[in-house]
Design a protein. Structure first.
Length: 415
């Protein structure tokens, strides 16, 4: 099968996030399929941009996957520059459609760019090639900018996004979603019930079986020092953004002053400077901030935590479910988890690998940390093993790649 995956933000092991398109495509290639990923040259989630030079199109092969990078202007934030970036990618995608049909001859076309506007050029390509059309749901647009950003449903851009989502629900041959509770929303916008296939985010277990890359010296020294001091280490690794609720974690740390507990936050993001200032103002000597580390070093980092933390803001949008990559990494590391969330599903509860508390509640987080600290090490290790077993059974890309192929092949069975 020839599979054309359109994802504006797709990355690779060479470029960084987002990784899901790369890992799924690699599984499909291993299964004997031919895969082309079409992505924009500029994305806010990548650590390394493709080297376009003055070219408007760049083709390269990464681990058997053919990438087509289409030039789009760089941007920061969520303003007009990001909209121009989207428009440039969609315009170049439309212009490249005929050539993709002639040279690649796809059997399946996947519109997977988070925002749904790529469904229209994807549908044209699928129609000209006689291919199946799939729509992949990562986040719900336009509901996300409406509920998180306060945009009116009558805003012209929101209305355009809504028209695209409605078209995708009605016209796609199948819909794949990482959100497990999304069915009522999609059916309300025209999706036939049999079209939905659930394929959550995943992990490559090979990256966890190899010897982990060593940590940066300063981080390694601090973690060793905390261990020697008998500190119970609560760790977080990932983006420092509003949605990650790290301010609530700092409030929990403030409540735990006097306890032998340390907090290690590794990563970057728009909220990090403010978080560092707040920790200093509160005199939180127990909180340690570090720069982001390469993906290859993440296993070594997580295995040094006594407990891993992930938190969310209280937000109605999460009623459709969650599937965060970070949580799967925590499970693969065999770490017990403190999870602050209110959502349509709770992977930590499903796996039995930690404690779940209400979001936006620093006292609840502090109490959960103390409850974890009170457990003996073998009991915490057992929680971690349950999480790892759950991830290996349900979230490896070998499993998820085959599940996605069910939708691509038109199999009526679905999760």
């Amino acid at each position: 099968m020839n599979i054309l995956l359109i994802n504006h933000y797709a990355g690779s092991v060479l470029h960084g996030m987002e990784y899901r398109p790369y890992y799924l495509a690699r599984e499909w290639v291993r299964a004997g399929h031919r895969v082309t990923i079409v992505a924009a040259s500029a994305s806010h989630v990548r650590t390394q941009a493709p080297q376009m030079g003055r070219r408007t199109r760049l083709e390269e092969n990464i681990d058997g996957i053919d990438y087509v990078w289409l030039a789009a202007p760089s941007y920061r934030g969520n303003g007009a520059a990001r909209v121009r970036n989207m428009a440039a990618f969609l315009w170049r995608l439309g212009a490249a459609g005929e050539q993709l049909v002639r040279t690649f001859r796809p059997d399946a076309v996947i519109a997977s760019s988070t925002y749904p506007l790529d469904i229209w050029p994807a549908a044209r390509i699928a129609r000209r090639a006689g291919a199946r059309l799939l729509y992949e749901v990562h986040d719900l647009w336009p509901l996300s900018p409406m509920e998180l950003g306060g945009y009116s449903r009558r805003h012209p851009f929101i209305m355009l996004l809504q028209a695209a989502e409605d078209f995708a629900c009605r016209r796609a041959d199948a819909i794949v979603s990482i959100l497990p509770k999304v069915r009522p929303h999609l059916e309300a916008h025209g999706m036939a019930p049999h079209k939905l296939h659930l394929v959550p985010n995943g992990v490559d277990p090979d990256e966890w079986r190899a010897d982990p890359a060593p940590l940066p010296a300063r981080l390694d020294i601090v973690l060793d020092g905390l261990r020697q001091q008998g500190r119970f280490v609560v760790g977080y690794a990932g983006t420092h953004g509003v949605a990650n609720a790290l301010g609530t974690l700092l409030d929990a740390a403030h409540r735990l002053r006097g306890h032998p507990v340390a907090f290690v936050l590794v990563g970057s993001g728009p909220e990090k400077p403010a978080l560092e200032r707040r920790a200093a103002e509160l005199g939180l000597a127990s909180v340690h901030f570090f720069d982001p580390i390469p993906k290859s070093q993440v296993p070594a980092l997580l295995q040094r935590f006594d407990v891993a933390y992930i938190g969310w803001r209280r937000q109605a949008l999460y009623r459709f479910g969650i599937s965060p990559n970070k949580l799967i990494d925590y499970m693969m590391a065999g770490r017990p988890i403190v999870h602050a969330v209110e959502a349509g599903n709770d992977p930590v509860m499903e796996a039995g690998c930690g404690l779940t508390v209400a979001p936006d509640d620093p006292q609840a987080i502090a109490d959960a940390v103390l409850a974890m600290q009170a457990l003996d090490a073998p009991t915490r290790d057992a929680l971690g093993r349950r999480g790892r077993a759950h991830a290996l059974a349900n979230h490896t890309y070998a499993v998820l790649g085959q599940r996605f192929l069910t939708a691509l092949a038109g199999d009526s069975r679905h999760a």
